[in-house]
Design a protein. Structure first.
Length: 305
């Protein structure tokens, strides 16, 4: 909120921390050879880096964080569409219904956000059309990142089928190989580092160390991001993709609710309706109801006996 354009320094810090940790504990200081050929990682990394940067820049284009979260929840739609086109997959009627529900939810939230941007822009006749055009560009950026992310998931799935699942290795290379790409963003990263240095001082609890509060926020973000992304990469090898999707979706839902309540982001009844469509549709897609049915029946039987 204080520095809306700071996404690049946040992403760079996350990538650097995870790359250093992986270089020490996974790559054994470069002595361990990768199980998956390195050229495949370069392709995956190009997509991963592009998605991260585009998602960051979308926040600069009048895209509110709740809309950003909701839009990215549409990954199921993009994955299904590309799965049909590229992998020639076919799905059940319930799957298509769930995707339609998610699409309707995203459209509702996007449309209502467009009306908010338009009404805010009308306060200033000169800047109004420009603000709205930037918002449309932000929506286009989110759509591109969504499709690119889905394509990356399909590519990663085919790699795991060919070479086996190596979550720690993939985590390391996905974050280490893109680091030179941040040189293109060096002026922006340096600019925000200077701004961070000028933020108010903050004393870290327990340690007693005093540092600018924005650097403390960044440190906490990097640590929590590491825990999150490490968990997701482990889940992809230990659980089914449906379980991973369900867990990640529930995490997004909690993040969304927290963002609305704590930061008092604008959220109307229509936004709540759209959010409900998105997450109910996602739960339908993961078929969690079919899994809960037998479980609940087993729970009832001992009580009846």
């Amino acid at each position: 909120r204080q520095f809306p354009g700071c996404g690049n320094i946040v992403t760079f810090s996350q990538f650097l921390f995870i790359a250093v940790e992986g270089f020490i504990f996974e790559a054994n200081f470069g002595r361990k050879r990768p199980a998956i050929p390195i050229r495949n990682y370069f392709i995956m990394v190009a997509m991963f880096f592009t998605v991260s940067v585009v998602n960051n820049y979308a926040l600069n284009l009048n895209i509110a964080m709740p809309l950003h979260m909701i839009f990215r929840s549409g990954s199921l739609i993009a994955s299904m569409a590309l799965g049909i086109i590229i992998l020639k997959k076919r799905y059940s009627v319930s799957k298509y219904a769930s995707i339609a529900l998610v699409s309707l939810g995203i459209f509702t939230c996007t449309f209502m956000s467009a009306k908010q941007v338009a009404s805010d822009s009308s306060l200033n006749r000169e800047d109004g059309p420009q603000v709205f055009l930037w918002w449309l560009l932000g929506i286009a950026a989110l759509t591109f990142a969504l499709l690119m992310s889905a394509r990356m998931g399909i590519f990663q799935e085919t790699l795991y089928q060919r070479f086996g699942k190596h979550s720690k290795e993939a985590l390391f290379y996905n974050h280490a190989l893109p680091l030179p790409g941040f040189l293109l963003l060096a002026p922006n990263i340096y600019h925000h580092a200077v701004l961070f240095n000028q933020s108010e001082p903050f004393q870290v609890p327990v340690i007693g160390l005093t540092l600018p509060i924005m650097w403390f926020y960044l440190l906490m973000n990097v640590i929590t991001q590491y825990v999150c992304i490490r968990g997701v990469f482990i889940l992809t090898t230990e659980c089914t993709s449906l379980t991973v999707t369900l867990v990640v979706t529930l995490r997004k839902f909690v993040s969304l609710i927290f963002s609305i309540l704590y930061f008092q982001n604008p959220f109307t009844g229509w936004h709540w309706l759209g959010t409900a469509f998105v997450f109910v549709g996602t739960l339908m897609y993961t078929e969690v109801w079919n899994s809960l049915g037998p479980f609940l029946r087993r729970r009832r039987r001992p009580k009846e006996e």
